[in-house]
Design a protein. Structure first.
Length: 148
């Protein structure tokens, strides 16, 4: 009986730590223009969701840079086109683009960054994440699924 009580107490103490990471995820991109995930689940209970992004390749930011852009799926092509025109100094995201929910800086091989998504802005989906470096969005994209 004592062991069961001790185990239950330990689990209740550890439970918050186990759930602490539910509002973040690790994402990787490589020199082959691939993310390691094709879908990201986001809990509606999160106020903010963080994507920790790592470029696992070796190529420089100006040659094979990657970022993470979150927008409505229907807006990907237009956001991407405007981002390419905005250039690398703007992380391939048009400044002030209201179609963009959030975006990370563009990073090169071996670098990491993160992007925080205000979950309350994900109201009129479906939503996707993609890389807006020129020509990357054709291969580097995935869906975002809101979960209860």
């Amino acid at each position: 009986m004592y062991r069961k009580l001790l185990l239950a107490s330990a689990l209740s103490i550890l439970a918050p730590a186990a759930f602490a990471d539910t509002c973040s995820i690790n994402l990787e991109g490589n020199d082959l223009m691939k993310y390691n995930l094709t879908n990201i689940d986001i809990s509606r209970s999160c106020k903010e969701f963080t994507i920790n992004f790592k470029h696992t390749g070796k190529m420089a930011r100006n040659v094979m840079g990657h970022n993470v852009v979150i927008a409505r799926t229907a807006d990907i092509n237009a956001v991407d086109k405007d981002g390419i025109a905005a250039g690398l100094n703007n992380n391939y995201v048009k400044p002030g683009d209201t179609r963009v929910i959030a975006h990370s800086p563009t990073v090169g091989g071996g670098e990491t960054t993160s992007v925080k998504i205000p979950v309350a802005r994900l109201t009129n989906g479906p939503y996707s994440f993609f890389c807006s470096f020129p020509a990357h969005s054709a291969l580097m994209k995935g869906t975002i699924t809101l979960k209860p």
